[in-house]
Ligand binder design. Sequence first.
Ligand code: IPM
Ligand code: MN
Length: 352
Amino acid sequence: MGKTFQIAVIPGDGTGPEVVAEGLKVLKAVEKKGEGVFTFIPFDLGGKRYLKTGDILPDAELAELKKMDAIYLGAIGHPEVKPGILEKGLLLKLRFDLDQYINLRPVILYPGVETPLKNKRPEDIDFIVIRENTEGLYAGAGGFLKKGTADEVAVQESVNTRKGVERCIRYAFELCQKRNRKRKLTLCGKTNVLTFASDLWDRVFHEVAKEYPQVTIDYAHVDAVCMWMVKNPEWFDVIVTDNLFGDIITDLGAMIQGGMGIAAGGNINPQGVSMFEPIGGSAPKYTGKNIINPLAAIGAAQMMLVHLGLEQAALQVEKAIRAVVKNDIKDLTAGKMGYTTQEVGDLVVSYL
Ligand code: IPM
Ligand code: MN
């Protein structure tokens, strides 16, 4: 029997439960191969529970989550809950409290998947964005003055600590070296305007770079990164950036790799509990219709397998995803797949 893992499962809101069910289906199928054994522990967190009980993330449950080997998350965000409450109280709180300081977002165009970029092929779109995940404008620093009056002032500050920036950049250099492709690391910032925050990033980047002479370094402003992700995505190998820039450019990344239906991500604490999720949201308009694409959630499960050291299992799931998009599903958009959510899960399992 393989190693045993305790996996917390947070299906969450909207289409989260539907896609998580398919991810679990795949994990249970891959479990039969014997490399790892999973105990799945469900956590009822999200909009529904909040509306019913007012609970967002009770301390007792947070303490339980901290004991897990990993967390598998569907989506957070409910149309009847004011924006910010669940996002900050649950998703961001988990990222912060579990110190998941890396948000790892691969942007890979699998063969057979259509990209909106003209003349770009799978060999052109294959890079990873490393987004700092605990600081920046997400830190919640700031406040109002004279709220609701004509003299109102709103300040939202970007927090960038030496330690937070350095550990993120260091992780990026390590990953870039290990990945062993172009061995090129691009820092994405805005040094021409953010002369404090981006300056710190730039200085730390160049300092740490001295320890990685095999990695070629590059810098681009965030607006230029957006341009080049569309025009010349083949220039990128690994991109490292702050929390908000990373949030924005990875939605663009998701689109060029075929859409939210395929985009997966990991919230990583290399020394602690990490959490894996599809990067698209709760997609209320598709909820309950059995038409949402579960491949992003299955891809997140695959990233979790890599993280847990179950390399064979991870490879098999990746191959199965690649087979499904090459042979079966031409359009990855919800409702246009030609298959239901559950059928796509079955297709992945059929290739295992
Ligand atoms: C993401 C999401 C979250 C973020 C939201 C839901 C708070 O957009 O994971 O990219 O901004 O980080
Ligand atoms: Mn986002």
